[in-house]
Ligand binder design. Structure first.
Ligand code: KG4
Ligand code: ZN
Length: 331
């Protein structure tokens, strides 16, 4: 059964066709990152306009790659929340248009779809239920227990910034481009993660909630105290060289603090719930240090760790179509 998924909740216009919730026949994503980079973040109205311009082309390409026509599609799954309202509306309107051809319309929650991205992997083994999944994106940081693709309980959430949002804001403080997560990930390998001891907010708390805004402020104060202008520019000027090396160290130390909290809480929750399977999903699950430390801790505690292929970490319609299949089956 082929489900066509549509995702336009933020700055990616994506259409995918997934067979039986597992085989990705096509997944086409047009990213607006280059457009929003100029502004240091997503401009919702501009994004919506770009979605309108792109969605028809992306849709056609998804059908062409899968070598299918609309009559081979059983249902349309579309992200309806959460997300930027003008952006979401484009995908919803397009999906409603397609459903006029007699196809069921499945309304998919974007955050829960992220958790399903683990199940699309061809490269890694299929995870099993129950599973505790850490969903870490630009808009959300949640620990969720899943007993099936559609049965879940949210056991922890951020009380302020999301982890990805914090990566993006700290990147901005370091004069790095948007989105900040991938750049911080990359330059952190050049820095010393022990150089600065940033706080690990709420790591000791009894609950499974997160808070990242204090960490963000700690980074801001640290940058101010160094009296340097963060930069990646290579230079013969010793002062600029110090700035560059300090930028690496701040990035690495900040990333380490975020990763430590995420890993610690996920593993502790799995142990508390007596669940063997843990997963990471969402844009920040692409982070190399998060994967490295999560693998290590999972091994220490005999837990099975699952993560999405890199192209399914950030926003994509394949995860929407995959989850949509299970929602349709349940009806
Ligand atoms: O899941 P996603 O594409 O969109 C939302 O649903 O928000 O996540 C985007 C977020 C951005 O904040 C971006 O900086 C972050 O994921 N991100 C990363 C990495 N790649 C993307 N954060 C840390 N390390 C990465 N490698
Ligand atoms: Zn997302």
């Amino acid at each position: 059964m082929n489900i066509l998924g549509i995702e336009t909740s933020c700055d990616e216009t994506s259409v995918a066709i997934v067979s039986n919730g597992k085989d990705v026949l096509s997944s086409v994503t047009n990213s607006q990152q280059a457009i929003h980079e100029k502004y240091g973040g997503v401009i919702p109205e501009l994004g919506a306009r770009k979605h309108i311009e792109n969605i028809g082309v992306v849709y056609k390409e998804a059908l062409d790659i899968a070598r299918l026509g609309l009559n081979d599609i059983a249902a349309i799954a579309v992200t309806t929340s959460p997300g930027l309202s003008p952006a979401l509306k484009t995908g919803i309107a397009f999906a409603m248009g397609l459903s006029q051809y007699g196809l069921p319309l499945i309304k998919v929650n974007h955050v829960i779809a992220h958790a399903y991205s683990l199940f699309l992997s061809q490269a890694y083994p299929n995870p099993d239920y129950p599973i505790i999944t850490l969903i870490v994106s630009g808009g959300h940081t949640q620990l969720v227990r899943f007993d099936s693709p559609i049965e879940f309980e949210i056991l922890g959430s951020t009380i302020d910034d999301a982890a990805g949002e914090c990566f993006d804001k700290v990147a901005r403080m370091l004069n790095l481009p948007y989105p900040g997560g991938p750049v911080i990930d990359k330059i952190s390998s050049l820095g010393d993660e022990k150089a600065i001891s940033f706080p690990r907010p709420m790591i000791e708390s009894n609950n499974f909630d997160f808070s990242f805004s204090g960490l963000k402020t700690a980074v801001l104060y640290h940058i101010r105290d160094t009296k340097l202008t963060p930069s990646l520019e290579e230079s013969n000027d010793p002062q600029k060289e110090i700035s560059r090396l300090t930028t690496y160290d701040i990035a690495a130390s900040f990333q380490e603090a975020v990763v430590d909290v995420l890993v610690d809480k996920t593993v502790r929750l799995a142990i508390k719930e007596s669940v063997r399977n843990i997963g990471i999903a969402g844009g920040v699950s692409a982070n190399s240090r998060l994967r490295e430390k999560m693998i290590r801790r999972a091994n220490e505690h005999n837990l099975d760790l699952f993560y999405p292929e890199l192209n399914y970490c950030t926003d994509n319609a394949a995860m929407v179509a995959g989850l949509g299949y299970h929602m349709l089956k349940q009806d």
